[in-house]
Design a protein around this ligand. Structure first.
Ligand code: M6R
Length: 364
């Protein structure tokens, strides 16, 4: 049932404040500002390496988690696309934890990689939405994301719920490994617990994003730029746009712009810049200025302080709430989802059932 929404995708975008709240409630204790993890079948203190494996949007969640786990838990992390991992000769560390991220829990390549890691003696964890899925059954340990059924082929709420679980795991591992003290744990848990209400604020920009999308619908190519944990959000924004509007889009790490893609830039290529306030803000802005100097038309997503001196140079801007850096990928996922959604609606494509795509890819 789509409720009063025109598409499942829109309904699922709008569900995010609620479902992310539900997900977080099983991983955090908001009163005492602590992470609560179920009994783990491994000891985060002795894990030698974490290998995160997934496909598509779930892979982008893994990319975000790499930054978090390295930063907060000081564990080396590898991220891999399942279809690449399984046909390589990956060298797995003894005492390694392999984590498989999948909405469906059935994606063939991810499942094959899971079986490979299990056979190779890794501790295997699955972060899934479907609790009775094959991956959930075969893993040593399951972390459910509690997003509820996701019908739209383009993943939205599963992504932000995956990020919520991964954030809790990164903090939880850090606490157990003592790389995070009690006060940092409290700060981070507080930041996460505010995400649902901040997401609800972000959804108020729906109409503005619809207006921007009317322009975007005329583009042939669109670039998305971000740094740090917002680089995977740039990739995710580009994937969403490709999947449902069929407009060619690329996500880049903003610092890579001058190593090639800057050659593409002219007035006809809109550039979505994801630039929350934080340690990387100035760096991202200087990449944006390089693009503007070449005639690039920028759609800038930042917070009030970020937009203060920079919104004039952008073609359009979206003001998001100012939050802790750990919360930015969760929040900035929403405007890129909405931008793709409205662009597709504008073009009249089949949003919930895009051509050539299946919800669950059970062939290799
Ligand atoms: O069910 P999974 O999370 O394993 O699916 C992985 C990808 O097939 C999936 O994320 C796909 O990229 C979506 N269409 C993205 O919107």
């Amino acid at each position: 049932d789509k409720g009063n929404h025109r598409h499942f995708m829109l309904k699922e975008i709008y569900e995010q404040p609620t479902v992310v709240g539900q997900t977080l409630s099983s991983y955090i204790d908001p009163l005492n500002l602590r992470i609560v993890l179920q009994d783990l079948c491994f000891d985060p203190k002795t894990i030698s390496r974490v290998t995160l494996i997934a496909c598509g949007t779930s892979y982008y969640a893994a990319m975000v988690a790499k930054y978090w786990i390295e930063h907060y838990a000081h564990i080396p992390v590898d991220v891999d696309i399942a279809s690449e991992f399984r046909y390589r000769a990956p060298v797995l560390s003894q005492g390694g934890l392999a984590v498989f991220i999948s909405q469906s829990g059935e994606t063939a390549d991810t499942l094959a990689a899971l079986r490979h890691c299990k056979q190779a003696g890794q501790t295997v964890a699955a972060i899934v939405n479907v609790p009775e899925s094959t991956m959930a059954r075969e893993a040593d340990m399951v972390f459910p994301i509690h997003a509820g059924p996701e019908i739209g082929v383009a993943s939205t709420k599963a992504f932000t719920c995956q990020l919520s679980v991964l954030a809790a795991l990164a903090i939880g591992f850090g606490v157990l490994r003592k790389t995070i003290d009690r006060s940092l744990e409290a700060t981070l848990v507080q930041a996460l617990s505010e995400v649902p209400s901040r997401m609800a604020e972000v959804l108020h920009h729906d109409e503005k994003l619809r207006d921007i999308a009317a322009d975007l619908a005329n583009a042939r190519d669109v670039l998305y730029l971000g740094r740090g944990t917002d680089y995977p959000i740039a990739l995710e924004g580009a994937l969403k746009l490709k999947e449902i509007s069929y407009i060619h889009a690329e996500g880049y790490a903003a610092g890579e712009l001058k190593h090639g893609p800057i050659a593409l830039i002219d007035q006809a290529v809109p550039i979505v810049v994801i630039a929350p306030m934080g340690p990387l803000f100035e760096k991202t802005v200087s990449n944006m200025e390089e693009a503007i100097a070449r005639g690039g038309k920028v759609i800038l997503m930042s917070c009030k302080d970020g937009l203060k001196n920079h919104s004039d140079m952008a073609m359009a801007s979206i003001e998001l709430p100012q939050v802790h850096p750990m919360a930015t990928p969760l929040l900035y996922a929403l405007p890129v989802q909405l931008l793709a959604y409205h662009t597709a609606v504008h073009k009249g494509t089949d949003v919930d059932q895009p051509r050539n795509l299946a919800k669950s890819v059970t062939v290799e």
